[in-house]
Every structure is written in structure tokens, then in C-alpha cells.
Design a binder for this molecule. Structure first.
Ligand code: GLY
Length: 268
């Protein structure tokens, strides 16, 4: 998995250097992780208590403040790409369930041919753990050469979730946020992230004068106070990168101009 994260991050850096937009790069990164089966998103997701996979994803473009999301979608390979089409091809921000799948079909987006053989448990997750309330999510944030920021997030949600349960990930402002100053994506216990006000609280704390690191700490402390845990990745328009978590660990990778790719899971 570390190798995958390293290679994907290096590839995203090349795309940004070649002039790709932050929006294209975060969609590419999240779609790649969804396909990999290595993380709790897309192919690596676990079934709900009714026995089938429902997925959530969102994407947001800072310069335009456009956003798209899908919730409780089934049967698509890349929920993040459906979210982007919702953003670009509909007047809406979020589609859910049957309607989201119908829209993905109409858009010609790739569907899972055989769910029984497609979905796999991600690295480090065992069969007997999928009914425990564990969580996993993938996210990406980027700053491009024109100063544009974007964020995208995708998840299979928490293990053992009820049919129809939707967490923070597809909620713009809760699991994903991008504006002119910062792009943010988070992982963790969705119910507590939503009740803590979500990642948009970080953006507003910064506008009120907090440093990005302090604002992220504050938001995660509130998630903890409410009984959950989580992690945040963020990048600011000044290229400051924040990757903080109060869960056991958080697989993460970063790269910026003049600095090599770094990959880590636990505290340094
Ligand atoms: N943060 C992912 C979820 O709770 O669904």
C-alpha cells in the first residue's frame, strides 16, 4: 500500500507540473484509490447490514465553489467521477441511491460487472471485523499552478452500517471543502464529524485568524469530545500542508515543489 501511495502521489505531482488542474488531479487520485481495492472506498468497501455495498463520495472546486456528491450509490466503479458529473452536468449538488445510479448510467460511467467477484477486503481488514464500527475513507487535496485548490473524498462508510446510512463524506462542508484559501478532506467517524460541524469549521476558524494546524486540531478535538476519532488532510493557497489525526493511524502521502514524496501511517 505504501508503494501504491508513493507512486500515485508522484504521478499526481507530474500531472500538476504539466499544468493539470487541482480538480482533475484530486479526481484522478481518488478514482485510482477507489479502483485499487487497497482502501475502504470503491472496490475495498464492506457491505452494509443488508449485505450489499453502498458508497459515498464528493468533490469540490475552490475557484468556482462548485461541488458534487453521491450518497448510498451502488454498482459504480468510481463514485468520485459520478460526483464530478453531478457537479458539472446537473443543477444539483448531490444525488443519492437509485437516482444516482440511473444518472451514472445515463452518463456512461463504468459499472461493476460482477459485485461478488469485484469487491475485496482492503489490506489489514479481516472478515470478522466488517461488522464492527470501524471506518476508512480516501481523500485528496491539491493546489495547482494557477493557485486553484480542490478536494475530493470517497468512502465505503463505516463497517456494519445500516442500509441507507450516509456519513460525512458526501456532505459538502462536512467531509469535503475547497474555497480560495484552503482545500480539506477528512476521514473518521462520520456521525461525530457531522455533529462537530465538519471540515468547513476549519476554513472559518482560519478566516477568523487561527493557523491551519490549530484549526484542524480544534475540529478534531471536537470530534473526539463527541466520542469519535478522525483525520484531516488540507492544503492552503500558501502551499501549507496539514495532515493530522487522532485515530490510531492515518495512511497519508504528500509532495510539494522542491520536496520529495513522503508516505506515512503513524506518527513520525
Ligand atoms: N468518514 C466516513 C464515514 O463515516 O462514512
Amino acid at each position: 500500500m505504501e508503494k501504491h501511495l508513493h507512486e500515485l502521489t508522484a504521478e499526481c505531482e507530474s500531472r500538476l507540473k504539466a499544468g493539470a488542474s487541482a480538480l482533475d488531479v484530486v479526481e484522478h487520485a481518488v478514482a485510482d484509490m477507489e479502483r485499487s481495492g487497497l482502501y475502504v472506498a470503491g472496490r475495498g468497501s464492506a457491505p452494509n447490514t443488508a449485505g450489499y455495498i453502498e458508497l459515498d463520495a464528493s468533490i469540490m472546486d475552490g475557484p468556482t465553489r462548485n461541488a458534487g456528491a453521491v450518497a448510498a450509490i451502488t454498482g459504480v466503479v468510481n463514485p468520485v467521477s459520478v460526483a464530478r458529473r453531478v457537479m458539472e452536468e446537473t443543477p444539483h449538488v448531490m444525488l443519492a441511491g437509485k437516482g444516482a445510479l440511473a444518472f451514472a448510467r445515463e452518463q456512461g460511467l463504468e459499472e461493476v460487472a460482477d459485485p461478488d467477484s469485484y469487491y475485496v477486503l482492503p489490506v489489514g481488514v479481516y472478515e470478522d471485523e466488517i461488522y464492527e464500527q470501524k471506518h476508512g475513507t480516501v481523500g485528496a487535496v491539491a493546489l495547482d499552478q494557477s493557485g486553484g485548490l480542490a478536494a475530493a473524498t470517497s468512502t465505503g462508510g463505516i463497517f456494519g452500517k445500516l442500509e441507507g446510512r450516509i456519513g460525512d463524506t458526501p456532505l459538502i462542508g462536512a467531509g469535503t471543502w475547497a474555497d480560495d484559501d484552503i482545500a480539506i478532506s477528512c476521514t473518521g467517524m462520520g456521525e461525530d464529524i457531522i455533529r462537530a460541524g465538519g471540515v468547513v469549521t476549519i476554513a472559518y476558524m482560519i478566516k477568523a485568524g487561527a493557523t491551519p494546524a490549530a484549526a484542524v486540531d480544534d475540529m478534531l478535538a471536537e470530534v473526539k469530545r463527541l466520542g469519535g476519532d478522525g483525520g484531516v488532510i488540507a492544503v492552503t493557497r500558501d502551499s501549507e500542508i496539514v495532515m493530522t489525526y487522532n485515530s490510531q493511524g492515518m495512511k497519508r502521502a504528500a509532495v510539494s515543489s522542491g520536496k520529495p514524496v513522503t508516505v506515512a501511517t503513524f506518527k513520525d
